[in-house]
Every structure is written in C-alpha cells, then in structure tokens.
Design a protein around this ligand. Structure first.
Ligand SMILES: Nc1nc2c(ncn2[C@@H]2O[C@H](COP(=O)(O)OP(=O)(O)OP(=O)(O)O)[C@@H](O)[C@H]2O)c(=O)[nH]1
Ligand SMILES: [Mg+2]
Length: 314
C-alpha cells in the first residue's frame, strides 16, 4: 500500500556528559574529558515512492547519543548521524508550520541537531579552583514533530472517471503492471510508469463530489498539482462524453482552480468498441472544450504510437 502521509518525531542524539575525574597521582588535578556531541538527523531524497512506509510502523527516530567523557582528558566519541530517506515529492512540515520540500535527487536537509557534549571537570580548572568536582551534563538534542506528506512528482497525470481505461493505458505506454478490471475503482492508489524519461501517474478514478471527499480520488487529487500535462481519459462508450468531461472539470476546479490552468488533452479511450460515426459525433461534441482530442485503443498499435508522438511535445 502506498503510504503518503505520516507523522514522526525526530530527535538528534543527546550530548554525552562531561566526566569528573582526577589524575591518579595525588595533587595532579582534574582530568575529566568532555562528552561527545550527539548525532544530527538528516533527511535524504530517494526515488523509491514507497519509502514512507517504514514510518507507519516506527514513528520516533533518534540519532545516536554522544559518549561520556573519559579520564585522562579523553573526549567521548560523537554520536552517529541518522539519515532518513523520503521519496522525492515529500513535504515535511514542523510544529511551527515551516515546510521543507524534497524535490530533487541527492537532496539532504538537516532536521534536528544533536546536543553538544558537556565539559569535563578539567575544563573548569582555574587558579581559584584547582580541583573542580563538577562537570556539565550533555545538552539535550533538538526535537521536531513532523508531518510528512507525499505529493507525487509526475510529469503527466492520467485522470478521468472510474473505468475509463487509465490503468490499461499506463500499462501500454510504460512497463507498469497496474491492475485492470471491468469495474469502477479497480485502482485504489496511484500507479506510476515511465515513458521516454517522463513519469506518468495513473490516478484512481474521480467521481462527482470527489473534491468533498467522495470516492477515492480526493485523497489523490493533490498528486496532480505538479504535473505538466493532464491526460483526461473518457471512454468512447460513454453516452455523453462532454458531460463526463464537465464532471471531472468541475471536481478539479473545486479542489484547486489552478489545476484548470494546466495543459490538458482529451483522450477518447476504448475507441475499438464504438463505430467510427459514433466516435466522430463524440469528438465533435467534445470540441466545445477547445482542447486537443485524440482517440486511442489499447488494441490499436497505431493509435498508441500517435499518442506517444503527441506526448513528446510536452
Ligand atoms: N476494448 C477495450 N477495452 C479496454 C480498453 N482500455 C481499457 N479497456 C477495458 O476497460 C476496463 C477498465 O479499464 P481500466 O484500465 O481498469 O480502467 P481505469 O480507468 O483504470 O479504472 P479505475 O481504476 O477503476 O478508475 C477493463 O476491463 C479494460 O480491459 C481499450 O482500449 N479497448
Ligand atoms: Mg485503474
């Protein structure tokens, strides 16, 4: 299952305590070393879309604590840093509402700093106090509560009513193996595929009222906020394709009007299932949208090649 929202707490390592100790030779003074620094917590980007799933079973992550100071002025070792991997497209928001966006590969951001180590008693030696019997405790690390939310970064989004043929198309255009079924809501979470270096996302079917939370689509509408192109799939078998178009158009508008500003092409899918005259009437009806309209069938190689060619221009 694709986990796209989690809450976690991250803590750096605490600083190691300074040490109170004295050289063995009597009167030689304090030799307590400083504690080591606690490790920091970083977040790294990964292309693994499923990387948030590990946070659903474990939600507190802490870097290693610093080691205590030793005798003979030996400092404690520093705690190891902790690196957490999250998928590209993850937004991390802390309690104060500050958001960091992970949007490219090899990105690394500091999340929580480890605490500094405490000073050992050697540090506090002075002419007025040659035998200090105290040392500092290590400092506490930073703690951050974070909300992690994944927004898929796809170049192209396949949208449409349930059963429109979105997943079938994804499978034909890419090496994806999305489940296909002759019933609505076959797709329960987005599928991704790669076509000539571009990432295609197959979004679960949207229905009327999706923006209010109906069906599954609402949860995933946010994932298309970043695509460059929407491929709006409408079944050629639909009795009223223009109405289908309007339903989805309305949902996009209600969810985020900016979505309407995206480049969009209309794809009449399953074109092998209707007569050419019927198809022409439907294309005519859809021309009112002023969008580019293509027809495609997964059983028609030429129509798929034509689509691939058109997509190269986006
Ligand atoms: N004949 C024919 N059938 C198709 C074509 N494309 C899809 N289908 C069939 O249409 C049905 C729905 O296809 P899906 O790809 O699962 O549709 P979807 O839009 O992903 O559906 P949801 O995930 O439920 O939203 C399946 O039975 C497919 O085999 C096509 O070009 N021609
Ligand atoms: Mg599907």
């Amino acid at each position: 299952m694709l986990i796209d929202e989690v809450e976690i707490t991250v803590l750096g390592g605490n600083g190691g305590p300074g040490r109170v100790s004295f050289y063995p030779k009597s009167g030689a003074g304090p030799d307590g070393g400083d504690g080591g620094k606690g490790g920091d917590v970083y977040v790294n980007s990964t292309s693994d879309l499923y990387a948030l799933s590990k946070f659903s079973t474990k939600n507190i992550w802490q870097a290693q604590n610093g080691q205590p100071g030793g005798s003979n002025r030996k400092s404690g070792g520093n705690g190891k840093d902790l690196s957490l991997e999250v998928p590209i497209g993850t937004l991390l928001t802390d309690q104060e509402g500050t958001t960091v966006e992970i949007n490219h590969l090899n990105q690394r951001v500091l999340l929580a700093k480890g605490g500094l180590g405490g000073r050992g008693n050697h540090f506090f030696k002075s002419s007025s106090n040659t035998t200090p019997k105290y040392a500092q405790p290590g400092l506490k690390s930073q703690v951050k509560k974070l909300k992690l939310k994944l927004k898929l970064i796809a170049d192209i989004g396949l949208i449409g009513l349930p059963n429109a043929g979105k997943s079938s198309l994804l499978n034909e255009l890419t090496k994806a193996q999305a489940r296909v079924g002759d019933y609505p809501f076959t797709t329960l979470e987005p599928n991704l595929g790669v076509l000539e270096g571009k990432i295609l996302a197959d979004i679960p079917g949207l229905i009327e009222g999706a923006w209010t939370g109906k069906g599954l689509g609402h949860k995933f509408l946010g994932h298309i906020e970043k695509v460059n192109l929407l491929i709006h799939c409408i079944s050629s078998q639909s009795p009223n394709p223009l109405n289908d178009y309007k339903i989805i158009h309305h949902e996009l508008e209600k969810f985020n009007p900016k979505l309407l500003g995206k480049q969009e092409i209309i794809l009449l899918t399953k074109s092998d299932l209707v007569e050419k005259t019927d198809l022409d009437i439907k294309i005519q009806a859809l021309s009112r949208t002023k969008k580019q309209i293509l027809q495609v069938s997964v059983h028609n190689w030429e129509s798929l090649q034509h689509l691939i060619q058109v997509l190269q221009n986006f």
